[in-house]
Design a protein around this ligand. Structure first.
Ligand SMILES: C[S@@+](CC[C@H](N)C(=O)[O-])C[C@H]1O[C@@H](n2cnc3c(N)ncnc32)[C@H](O)[C@@H]1O
Length: 375
């Protein structure tokens, strides 16, 4: 566990030397690029400081993911041109590009992702912009990284949770039931746990728990039972086989269901494979230490459990959330707000996508943005 006072000393105690940070080369850690000695081909970065936030930029389109709540998140970050910002979930870089557009030439952006692909992609769109630091990193380790690299605390941190549409539609990653692929689902290709391990080896009750807690699947017990029965005859290796099991188990006569019957089970498996609740809990409990006083934390979530964690952390007690992943007691999420919070929560309850955004990008419908200022 992170020792709070040590971290505060580590981050805040470091004297900020503006000259020093500017001379640092970008830290790039992608499959194609070594971490050290990356020199920017651009000697002097262009001074870009535009308030215009475009959600239809061609890089996002080419990557296959439209940034969600873009204008709202950039407004919430209240970007200072010379500030230091972190995009904790780089993805297609839609938010990162908007942050860079609002920064001046002395500003800096650290953009991280667990998946190497967005980092390799960012090498292309960033075109050597020396204000951008790229790093393959899980956001649960962000505060430790800021301290270790001497980057200091940030003026703003954005986390746009979940997966990008590109990851979802790449059948080789096995995140979707829409096309057949291996039962993998890892966002970090170096992690050990694949969905097939869970589906073929976890006991029935554990399967039921993840489908129920993470997928909010009412037929969790039935699905878990059928998986255990069928895997004895033949282990599951493909997304199509698992999707077919859900389709048959949850079949009801009448009009076709609004969403595919496998939707919730797949989401639950993805969240379990990638320890998403664990990582978010750790991130939320540490992150105050990664922000300057007055710095902004902006979180976009797509899942009610995640949103409850964010809401609780920002109203919070300042104590570490029990992050034992699936076994969070739901009643603990309903604790009343406590007074010793390190955050000044943005008064408006939650920010949702506008009608205009939803008309252009219906996938944004479950997005919720919350932001708070570090005290
Ligand atoms: C919704 S996408 C971000 C999209 C991005 N904001 C954009 O507009 O293009 C979420 C990204 O976060 C990454 N991610 C998920 N969990 C993460 C974690 N614990 N640490 C770092 N990155 C994570 C995923 O790999 C994915 O690329």
């Amino acid at each position: 566990m992170v020792k709070g006072s040590q971290k505060i000393r580590g981050l805040r105690g470091k004297k900020q030397n503006p000259g020093q940070t500017e001379e640092k080369p970008p830290i790039v850690n992608s499959p194609n690029v070594k971490l050290s000695n990356v020199k920017s081909p651009i000697e002097k970065p262009p001074i870009v400081n535009s308030p215009i936030v475009k959600s239809d930029d061609q890089w996002s389109e080419a990557f296959g993911h439209q940034p969600v709540l873009l204008t709202e998140s950039i407004e919430a970050l209240a970007i200072k041109p010379d500030g230091f910002y972190v995009d904790a979930t780089l993805g297609g870089g839609g938010h990162s590009r908007a942050i860079l557009a609002a920064l001046g030439h002395k500003g800096r952006l650290l953009a991280i992702d667990v998946d190497p692909e967005p980092l390799a992609w960012a090498q292309k769109w960033a075109q050597g912009d020396s204000r951008l630091i790229l790093k393959r990193l899980n956001f649960r380790d962000l505060v430790a990284f800021l301290e270790r690299e001497g980057l200091g605390a940030a003026d703003g941190i954005l986390a746009d949770l979940g997966v990008s549409l590109r990851q979802l539609t790449d059948s080789s990653r096995g995140l979707s039931f829409a096309a057949d692929g291996p039962l993998d689902m890892r966002l970090d290709p170096e992690s050990n746990l694949k969905a097939m391990e869970i589906v073929n080896h976890w006991v029935e009750n554990e399967l039921k728990t993840i489908f129920w807690r993470l997928g909010e699947e009412r037929a969790a017990g039935r699905l878990a039972h059928q998986i255990v029965e069928l895997r004895e005859k033949e282990p599951f290796t493909s997304t199509a086989a698992l999707a077919e099991l859900a389709r048959r188990s949850l079949f009801r006569p009448g009009p076709p269901p609004r969403i595919h019957p496998a939707t919730r089970m797949f989401m639950a498996l993805r969240m379990a494979v990638n320890h998403e609740i664990e990582s978010l809990s750790k991130f939320l409990s540490d992150i105050r230490l990664g922000l300057k006083p007055g710095g902004r934390l902006v979180v976009i979530s797509f899942h009610s459990l995640e949103d409850r964690l964010v809401k609780q952390a920002l109203r919070g007690s300042g104590e570490e959330q029990d992050s034992s992943e699936l076994f969070i007691d739901p009643s603990s999420l309903k604790r009343p707000p406590e007074r010793n919070t390190p955050w000044r929560l943005h008064r408006k309850k939650v920010i949702r996508p506008s009608k205009e955004e939803l008309a252009l990008n219906p996938r944004a419908r479950s997005a919720k943005l919350r932001w708070a200022e570090a005290m």
